[in-house]
Design a protein around this ligand. Sequence first.
Ligand code: NAG
Ligand code: NAG
Ligand code: NAG
Length: 389
Amino acid sequence: MRPRWLRAVGITIGALTVCSLFYGHYYSSLVSVARSPQGGVGYDFPSKGLEWIPAVPHGRERNRELAETLRVQRPSKQVPGTCPTSLQLRVKNDSYFKTIFNFEVPLLLWNSHLTENNWDTLSKRPVPYGWKDLPREDVASALKLLNDSANKAMFERQGPQKCIRCAVVGNGGILNGSKKGKEIDGHDYVFRLNGAVIKGFEKDVGTKTSFYGFTVNTMKNSLISYQEHGFTETPKGKDLHYIFIPSDLRDYVMLRSGILGVKVPSGYDEGDKPSEYFGPKPSPKKFKMLHPDFLLYTRDRFLKSDILNTEYASLYMPSTGGLMLLTALHSCDQVSAYGFITPDYNRYSDHYYERQKVPLEFYANHDMLMEMQLWGRLHDRGIIKLYKR
Ligand SMILES: *[C@@H]1O[C@H](CO)[C@@H](O)[C@H](O)[C@H]1NC(C)=O
Ligand SMILES: *[C@@H]1O[C@H](CO)[C@@H](O)[C@H](O)[C@H]1NC(C)=O
Ligand SMILES: *[C@@H]1O[C@H](CO)[C@@H](O)[C@H](O)[C@H]1NC(C)=O
């Protein structure tokens, strides 16, 4: 496994070098845009039109703010017993996982996170877990638009009695011929991600999509790489919500353009029409963005890979599927995972929609074997239901 893993590293590094060349170009053009209105000192503003919420003191005030955040996020806390097998209860009862899970970490990011405190903390932390080197104006103008109650919670709970059952559908080859479509669609909410092909695979993967998760990079790469397999457009629909995983400046810039319904004004995705990704005139309610603190927490608590001790550390991040599964684990009461890596992955193609079997490749930016162990362990402890064959 390692030799293949290492071979793949070379390809990844090559691709990332190209990316960073573009990124460098993008970044300098944005800085100059940021300079021009005031002729001032780069991106160290407040610049026009941006109201910053004053710094929140530490201590009790900070706790109150956090409590407020949590109240908004989990409107009616799960009443133990109404959902006899809720994952929160299972976690609480598990000597290992109760030390790993922290249901109080902020899951989503929205306008009230625009505080001086958050800026001070996050602007010191590099992407994908922070805002280091990101122009403040770009982050702020995106977050400012996340001011609807729908941006602040994964879903509205219909009273305390409701037990929210979620399915997270990865794109793994194990789903080919699974006939799990009906079961998947039977959940209250269905999460999908990246190249989530549905047409032609309804029997195996279902049709319902409540949440579609991605980074702008993985979404656009999926549209290119899996087009030949039928991923010709991103999922759209009245009840569908988009979950942005912020991993660099592109995600903030695209989110802003998506909500405003304008062409991407500058940078790597300049000229893109967000309506092609999110539909024409999407409601601002359709958008959610994961909190960088949540990303950091998933890495450090659940998937602290040995890759972090190598020269590839800065490329490492949990996979998009992994992040969606962990998002569901921190918002739903019951979670079933389909299309995720299992120990018999060699039997299946990389994705369920390939026509010829393509072996799963391992890249340095994810640790799929570590994820495999995590999903297996969560399943064994009754915290998720993992689809295996
Ligand atoms: C809690 O753990 C004990 C022992 O491991 C087990 O017997 C019990 O069923 C668990 N309860 C829940 C709610 O999972
Ligand atoms: C959110 O902000 C926009 C633009 O500033 C404003 O038009 C809108 O009314 C706000 N929405 C809410 C729910 O406050
Ligand atoms: C998908 O499943 C079918 C039937 O079970 C099989 O013939 C085909 O080879 C599989 N596709 C891949 C890419 O493994």
